[in-house]
Design a protein around this ligand. Structure first.
Ligand SMILES: *Cc1c(COP(=O)(O)O)cnc(C)c1O
Length: 390
């Protein structure tokens, strides 16, 4: 019997090594990775320059505490801010921690204005993490059930519905911020309408609210821009990152700008591991390799190639509802629950995932080649056709 706590329904496969977009299991069978450990392995597996940079850092210094200056944090924060026009970065170890920091910032922002019970607008079907505050912000009962009492101070509205936000603005003077994923990941690869974010920015400005974007899944070059909000002209007040930032080394970040910058003072927040030299080297090297290897343009063009391939192959297939996404964040919504497809794909040597019950989710590593993307299509499309006919 396993002594690992049973928090995941795990597939019966164990991987022992990887290279690029490929993984090998204990039996020597090879799999094409179209999931990247859920948007984590930005650079695929065992990327030579990434591995070399980590090895070099491990040989020098892994951890030293935030009691001291950490040069890697300075460099990574400079780089993240230069890519976004954000001003400050708090480093932590995961997405939920990055969102916890954002939630705490919003509350502090409210208290500074004399609002004693600050509230944050969050979305239906949102996913922000598994800590108490972030599961309370999450819009999925399955994530919350059994853990009540939930953390208070969240007001929920439908996703992509500005009118609902305007309604809340009229009646609730405790609101201090809006927290939203530009593209919902766990919620089923659902995207905000093009001008939604620009109008939401305006609403936030009118009411003096913070606009807080959770880019934990959709950020880090996956959509063909460094960050998903950069498909618009706005700048958020807060943005959270994690998943792909360290290409597999745990690191999270909470970035601030404008009225959110400078809110935390020394002693207000912290993390023992957050932003240690190893994690920061992973983040900085990931960003550098994305730049050197022109992976933004590649994510965009490969995403279009996969999307077009899916549309062509699945055209007219009964029960295929919608194929949507941006760059290398693609969802195929079917008319029936399709969790079984994950196992069928696994048997054929393809790693993928199903979210929101009926959406096949593709999050390939940014280093996947066009030839590998074609192999992905050649395995997945017939599987979907057969599945929908059965
Ligand atoms: C995965 C995810 C999180 C939580 O990240 P963890 O590192 O698992 O805590 C938060 N927000 C979004 C959008 C995510 O996809």
């Amino acid at each position: 019997m396993s002594h690992v706590m049973n928090t995941y329904a795990r597939l019966p496969v164990t991987f022992v090594r990887g290279e690029g977009a490929w993984l090998w299991d204990t039996e020597g069978k090879r799999y094409l990775d179209a999931l990247s450990g859920i948007a984590v392995n930005t650079l695929g597996h065992a990327h030579p320059r990434f591995t070399a940079a980590l090895n070099e850092q491990i040989g020098k210094l892994i951890h030293c505490s935030n009691i001291y200056q950490v040069n890697g944090q300075e460099l990574l924060a400079d780089k993240l801010c230069s890519l976004t026009d954000m001003q400050e970065v708090f480093f932590c170890n995961s997405g939920c921690e990055a969102n916890e920091a954002a939630i705490k910032l919003a509350r502090m922002y409210g208290h500074q204005q004399g609002i004693e019970s600050p509230a944050i607008i969050v979305m239906e079907k949102a996913f922000h993490g598994r800590t108490l505050a972030t599961l309370s912000a999450t819009g999925n009962r399955k994530v919350q059930a059994g853990f009540e009492p939930l953390v208070s101070g969240f007001v929920r509205v439908p996703y992509d519905d500005l009118e609902a936000i305007r309604q809340v603005a009229q009646h609730n003077s405790n609101v201090v911020a809006v927290l939203v994923e530009p593209i919902q990941g766990e919620g089923g690869i659902r995207m905000l309408d093009i001008d939604y974010l620009e109008q939401l920015r305006q609403i936030c400005d009118e009411h003096n609210w913070l606009l807080m974007l959770d880019e934990v899944q959709c950020g880090m070059a996956r959509t063909g821009k460094w960050f998903a909000f950069q498909h618009t002209d706005i700048l958020p007040d807060v943005m959270t990152l994690a998943k792909g930032l360290g290409s597999g080394v745990p690191i999270g970040a909470c970035l601030t700008a404008g009225k959110a910058a400078g809110l935390f003072k020394s002693g207000n927040h912290g993390s023992t591991f957050g932003g240690n030299p190893l994690a920061c080297t992973a983040g900085l090297t990931t960003l550098n390799i994305i730049e050197q290897d022109k992976l933004l343009a590649h994510a965009d063009s490969l995403g279009r190639f996969i999307w077009q391939g899916l549309v062509t192959a699945l055209q007219g297939v009964n029960g295929v509802k919608e194929i949507r996404g941006q760059g290398l964040m693609i969802g195929i919504e079917l008319e029936k629950p399709c969790g079984d497809l994950v196992k069928l794909a696994l048997a054929k040597g393809l790693l993928t995932n199903v979210t929101a019950e009926n959406v096949i989710r593709l999050l390939p590593p940014l280093v996947m080649s066009k030839d590998e993307a074609q192999q992905l299509l050649d395995i997945l499309c017939p599987l979907i056709k057969d599945f929908m006919q059965s």
